[in-house]
Write a protein that binds this ligand. Sequence first.
Ligand SMILES: [Zn+2]
Length: 323
Amino acid sequence: MSANVIGVDMGGTKILSAVIGPEGNILGTAKVPTKADRGPSVVIDRIADSIRKAIDKSGVAPTSIEAVGIGAPGPLDPATGVVIFAPNLRWKDVRLKDELEARVGFPTFVDNDVNVGTLGEHVFGAGQGFQNVVGIFVGTGIGGGIILQGELFHGASKTAGEIGHIIVKAGGPRCGCGTRGCLEAIASRTAMTKQFRKAIKKGQKSVLSELTGGDLTAIRSGVLAKAIRLNDKLTLKVIKKTTKYLGVGIGSIVNFLNPEMIVLGGGVVEALDDTFLDDIRAAAEKYALPNTLSGVQIVPAKLGDNAGILGAAALARQRIFND
Ligand SMILES: [Zn+2]
């Protein structure tokens, strides 16, 4: 099989499209702003445009393109390619697959962006060669994806993998989903920011005040990395808590599913050094049953920002043969 596929990573602010060769080689890319405020139809026009641009840049013949894969924010139905609800884009019941197929003429396959990122790591990144892999991505929120026997697992309502909403502290902080004590409500960058803000408001000194110019509304991963290098007491304290609760979550996942590998990615993880992973593993040891962690590798994601396009390409390749 030597044909090429298109991988599309569709985010709230930008769309990244790429022509991907059979070995996962990136042959050409195009990035355009999403312009979500102009509505679904315009956004899908822009995806089609970015695909044409990526093909143009790659220099491959359009006839060599076999299919398009897209990672989209979601809950969505991977079978029909309908995005059920995407608050960032203000989308509701958008027929992304059909609409894009009508514009570009290639068979198109859609899945949730975090699932697609996990698939990318499984096929081309840290999870290569492993059949049962859980991906956990820590950023503004916490997303997850599950690969079982080499394939994405979706569950009855297509919502499997919502690792950010497993309860790690019953009655704990309120989560965006409406309940309390979710992993995301304690260990995401948003949750960490809240803890920083609260402590600083109470009078605790921190280099974060300087590094953010006093704007503590959104602490970026780069700022976090800097504060760690400066040994900032507050930052280290909040990270210790984050590590603990990621350990609680991972311990539970290991007890329940015992995957061969857990891939940890996302902006927060990328900002932290390797000792962070060791600390998470040590925390998970406390909550996993004896010997359940022994066969489980906990590793950092390898693909960074390319996980989306590479995973979308892997999705297109898998689905065109299986569907
Ligand atoms: Zn939640």
